[in-house]
Design a protein around this ligand. Structure first.
Ligand SMILES: Nc1ncnc2c1ncn2[C@@H]1O[C@H](COP(=O)(O)OP(=O)(O)O)[C@@H](O)[C@H]1O
Ligand SMILES: [Mg+2]
Length: 418
C-alpha cells in the first residue's frame, strides 16, 4: 500500500517550513495509527509518501481486505485532520503480489524493510493516478477481496513502469453483501464433494425440527475445512418444505460492536439502502417487524438498537442500560418466536468465534428457546471457540474432519481441471 498527501507541493510553497513539518507529522501519525490498528506495517516514509506492508512481518488470512479497510480509514482519518487550519486529503494505491523483503545491501532497518518486486511500484503508480480521497486497487488485490467492497471500474490505466495498461478499481466502500463466504468464493459453487454423513445428520435434525422439536447443530472446524460450504449444501437440500431462512454473519472487524450480526441481518431483511434517511429506515423496519406482530415496546427497542430515532408510534421506555439490554434481547427472541409460529425456520449463524458478547448472550437465549420451536439452528465456528451449549438435549456437536484422500484428490482435480 502506498499513501500520499494530496497537494503537498502547493502546501510547501504556502506554509512556513516549521508548520509544514507539523502538518506532515500529524498526517504520518494518522496513517501509522490507522494502519497498525489493522496490523499493517509502516515500512518507509518518503517525504509525504508512506509505503506500507500487509502480510509482512506477520501474515493474516485476510491481508488484502485489511489493506483495503485500512486505506478507506486512512482517507477518512486524514480528511478529518485539520492542522494549522489546513485541510488535508490523502490518496491510496494498493497492489498485491510476490515481493522479496530485506536481503538488500544496506544496514539495520534499511536492510530489513526494503522491498523488491513490481508490486510496490504498481501500488505507487496507482496511488499517483488516484483522485483525492480515493483508494485505487490493482487486479491481484481485487481478486482477493471479491465482493467484500463496492467498486468503480476504472478500466485499463496506463502505468509508466509497465508496458501494457493494467486494470484498476476505485474502492467506494464496504459492500452490503453480508456473507463473507459468498463475497469471497462467489455464488457459483463447484460441486459438493463428500460430506454425505454430515448432510445426512443435518437432514435428520431438520426432520425433528419440522416436527416442532427444535434442533441446534454446532459445526466446528479449522478455517477452510468447509463449514460454510456444508451450510450452503444443506440449504440446497431443504427444498422439501418451504421455510424461512435467517442468516447471521459474525465479522472479525465487528467483534466489539454489540449485536452486530443481528443488527446487520435486520438491516438486510428490511432492505435498507445505503442512502435511506432514518425515517425511511424506520418505516422499513416497522414493516419487517410487523410480520411477527410484536408488542409496541419491542419495535421501539429494536429501532433503538439499530440507531434509528424513536417515534410517537413507538415511544422508547425509560430503562437502565442493563434493563434495556435485557429487554432488547427478549424482543429479538420474541421476534424469532413470532416468525416460527408461522413457518419453519432455518437459522444459520456463521463464524461464532468472532461473536460479540451481547450476541453470545442472545444466542444462549435463542438456543434455550429453540427447543420448543420448529427451528433448525446451525452455528459454525473454528475450534478455538468453546461453545457453552453442549450437553443440552436439543444440541448436536458436529466436528468437521479433513476430507479423506480420495475426496481430496477429487477436489483438487475439480479445481485444476486436469
Ligand atoms: N466438501 C466440499 N466440496 C467442494 N468444495 C468444498 C468442500 N468443502 C469446502 N469446499 C470449498 O473450499 C473452500 C473453503 O470452504 P469454506 O466452506 O469457506 O470453509 P470454512 O467456512 O470452514 O472456512 C470453499 O471454496 C468451498 O466451496
Ligand atoms: Mg466459513
Amino acid at each position: 500500500m502506498y499513501c500520499d498527501l494530496v497537494g503537498s507541493t502547493a502546501l510547501s510553497a504556502r506554509l512556513d517550513p516549521e508548520d509544514l513539518r507539523k502538518v506532515i507529522a500529524a498526517y504520518h501519525r494518522t496513517v501509522a495509527n490507522v494502519v497498525s490498528s489493522f496490523d499493517g506495517f509502516v515500512a518507509k516514509y518518503m517525504g509525504d509518501g508512506v509505503l506500507l506492508y500487509f502480510g509482512y512481518p506477520r501474515a493474516h488470512e485476510d491481508d488484502a481486505e485489511r489493506a483495503v479497510r485500512a486505506g478507506l480509514d486512512v482517507i477518512g482519518a486524514v480528511g478529518r485532520l485539520v492542522v494549522k487550519s489546513v485541510e488535508l486529503q490523502a490518496r491510496v494505491g494498493i497492489a498485491t503480489g510476490l515481493v522479496v523483503v530485506g536481503d538488500l545491501i544496506g544496514e539495520g532497518s534499511a536492510q530489513e524493510q526494503s522491498v523488491v518486486g513490481e508490486t510496490p511500484n504498481l501500488a505507487a503508480r496507482l496511488q499517483a493516478l488516484a483522485e483525492p480521497a480515493a483508494v485505487v486497487i490493482a487486479a491481484g488485490t481485487r481478486r482477493l477481496v471479491g465482493d467484500l467492497f463496492e467498486y468503480r471500474d476504472l478500466g485499463a490505466v496506463e502505468v509508466n513502469c509497465l508496458a501494457a495498461p493494467v486494470p484498476a478499481w476505485r474502492v467506494l466502500g464496504p459492500s452490503v453483501v453480508a456473507s463473507r463466504f459468498e463475497a469471497l468464493r462467489g455464488w457459483a459453487l463447484s460441486p459438493m464433494i463428500g460430506r454425505d454423513e454430515e448432510i445426512d445428520l443435518l437432514l435428520r435434525r431438520w426432520a425433528r425440527a419440522k416436527a416442532g422439536d427444535g434442533q441446534v447443530v454446532l459445526v466446528s472446524g479449522e478455517p477452510g475445512i468447509g463449514k460454510s460450504r456444508l451450510a450452503a449444501a444443506l440449504a440446497e437440500r431443504l427444498s422439501d418444505s418451504p421455510q424461512l431462512r435467517l442468516r447471521y454473519f459474525c465479522s472479525p472487524y465487528h467483534q466489539d460492536s454489540a449485536l452486530y450480526p443481528f443488527i446487520d441481518q435486520l438491516g438486510r431483511a428490511a432492505d435498507f439502502a445505503r442512502d435511506d434517511l432514518p425515517t425511511a429506515r424506520l418505516e422499513k423496519l416497522e414493516t419487517l417487524l410487523a410480520l411477527a406482530a410484536p408488542p409496541e415496546e419491542d419495535v421501539a427497542l429494536l429501532a433503538d438498537v439499530m440507531s434509528l430515532p424513536s417515534s410517537e408510534r413507538h415511544p422508547l421506555p425509560d430503562l437502565s442500560p442493563q434493563r434495556k439490554k435485557e429487554r432488547t434481547l427478549e424482543a429479538l427472541v420474541r421476534q424469532l418466536e413470532g416468525l416460527a409460529r408461522q413457518q419453519l425456520v432455518v437459522m444459520i449463524v456463521e463464524d461464532a468465534h468472532w461473536i460479540d458478547s451481547t450476541s453470545r448472550e442472545l444466542l444462549d437465549l435463542t438456543i434455550e428457546r429453540a427447543r420448543s420451536l420448529p427451528v433448525l439452528l446451525i452455528v459454525t465456528f473454528r475450534p478455538e471457540f468453546q461453545p457453552p451449549w453442549t450437553g443440552q438435549s436439543q444440541v448436536t456437536m458436529l466436528a468437521l474432519n479433513r476430507l479423506d484422500r480420495r475426496d481430496r484428490t477429487t477436489l483438487v482435480k475439480q479445481i485444476v481441471g486436469g
